[in-house]
Design a protein around this ligand. Structure first.
Ligand code: GUN
Ligand code: ZN
Length: 439
């Protein structure tokens, strides 16, 4: 039954996770055809081969056996907008018009606390139903929408990093904060929520175009005052946006400079998109350790362009993968991997399924400095677990039956999978989603 806490339990089935980048060494993939995962007090106690455990005296009868399923670490989404569950699939515009026509009006509804609370809960339930156990979330410029999301995530014991949007210009008047109020709201939210349960705070200037110099300066000050919070924003997503930005901040050399000047390019900064960076910006990002969130469904939907994943990785920029709902068209990280594959194919690079599954688990954990507590099944990590159903539809069952190797099967999940593929989701050792109960 979803939501009940058991102090200890064991799952038996096919288990896969990564100890590092499988592109560096094949040994970084751990796969048990018949494995056991033991969870105690919300943490991973043991992950090993069933036969060798039985040989050492472990009683396999205490395990719940999931013979047709594949057990993986919980998925991590490094860039998503919780209020945009109401704008997903809005027709016919590119970034700047999409923001003005659809997104800002939808976000203005979050001024109402009761609406923000109900929507926060729905958003988290949707993410659990697609196997996502950790998200980096943009809420709205209303402080209470961030409080509502933190409260809901705390109740589900999810690992979640979020921030109130800083936006003091170039948006609907009712959505604008001021440099001073945005700073003070952020301080209050950090003091109240950062480090509570499994929650964290990200200072969140929406993008430099909607923040004044004064606001960007105060955002940089927040990072100095609270060095272990994150910073998240958007950068270099759309060509018209880049031209517009030059008119808003004419004193900056390029897009990255509009963050660098204010101390916002650090190794705890996560820049969404980064499709059209110059070689010099890429070099500077690699030098500072700034991180990129690759959002393929959004980049295709908004017609923004093809993110050069291979080029950024070769340059030494840590790249994570994310949905960016509601520019993105699905909360499912499986669907997101499938679209990432297509974006890379268009550039002559075939994203390997092991690289893709590594990215959305341990890779995303490393890119966000969370690999000490999540991302794989090493002993002592928080037990965030996804159980994938290998027969979610007759056609997927048919296709998967023909797979001889794990990577072939993973490729089918990433090209055809979505919420239907997720049988169960556990957060911190507690089952929070069960497809059987929700059908
Ligand atoms: N740039 C500034 N705000 C947004 C947003 O909400 N979504 C996307 N995709 N890009 C942005
Ligand atoms: Zn975004």
């Amino acid at each position: 039954m979803a939501g009940d806490r058991e102090n200890a339990f064991a799952l038996r089935g096919r288990i896969a996770h990564f100890l590092g980048d499988p592109g560096m060494s094949p040994e970084n993939l751990v796969y048990f055809e018949d494995g056991v995962l033991v969870v105690e007090d919300g943490k991973i106690l043991l992950c090993d081969d069933a036969r060798s455990l039985a040989g050492a005296g472990f009683d396999l009868a205490q395990c719940e056996w999931l013979p047709n399923q594949l057990i993986l670490p919980g998925f991590i989404d490094t860039h998503v907008h919780s209020p945009q569950i109401d704008v997903i699939a809005s027709y016919g515009t590119q970034l700047l018009d999409w923001l003005n026509d659809y997104t800002f009006p939808a976000e203005s509804r979050y001024a109402q606390r009761s609406f923000a609370e109900a929507s926060a809960n729905d958003f988290l339930d949707y993410t659990l139903s697609v196997g996502t156990t950790t998200s980096f979330v943009y809420t709205t410029s209303y402080k209470q929408s961030t409080e509502a999301l933190f409260e809901a995530a705390l109740a589900k014991d999810m690992r979640l990093v979020a921030g109130k949007i800083l936006m003091d210009q170039n948006a609907l008047p009712e959505l604008q904060d001021t440099a001073a109020s945005g700073y003070q709201d952020s301080v209050d939210l950090i003091n109240e929520w950062h480090g509570k349960g499994r929650l964290g705070y990200a200072v969140t200037p929406r993008f430099s175009g909607t923040s004044s110099v004064e606001q960007l300066t105060l955002a940089g000050q927040l990072l100095k005052e609270f060095p272990d919070v994150w910073m998240q924003t958007h950068m270099s997503e759309n060509l018209e946006e880049i031209r517009w930005l030059k008119t808003v901040h004419p004193h900056t050399a390029d897009y990255l400079d509009s963050y660098e000047q204010y101390g916002l390019n650090t190794d705890r900064s996560i820049f969404g998109h980064c499709i059209h960076l110059s070689d010099d910006e890429i070099l500077r990002l690699a030098g500072s350790g700034g991180r990129v969130a690759f959002c393929p469904t959004s980049n295709l939907f908004l017609g923004s362009g093809l993110m050069p994943l291979e080029k950024l990785k070769k340059a030494g920029v840590p790249v994570s993968i994310a949905t960016d709902v509601g520019g993105g068209t699905s909360l499912s990280m499986l669907t997101t991997l499938g679209e990432a594959y297509k974006v890379c194919q268009m550039q002559g690079y075939s994203l390997h399924p092991l690289e893709a599954f590594y990215m959305m688990t341990l890779g995303n954990a490393k890119a966000t400095h969370l690999d000490h507590c999540i991302g794989n099944f090493e002993r002592g990590k928080e037990a965030d677990i996804v159980v994938l159903d290998n027969k979610p539809t007759p056609m997927m069952a048919r296709r998967i039956t023909q797979c001889r190797e794990l990577d072939e099967e993973l490729f089918v999940y990433m090209m055809m999978g979505d919420d239907r593929s997720v049988a169960r989701t556990y957060c911190h050792g507690v089952q929070q989603y069960d497809k059987g109960e929700n059908n």
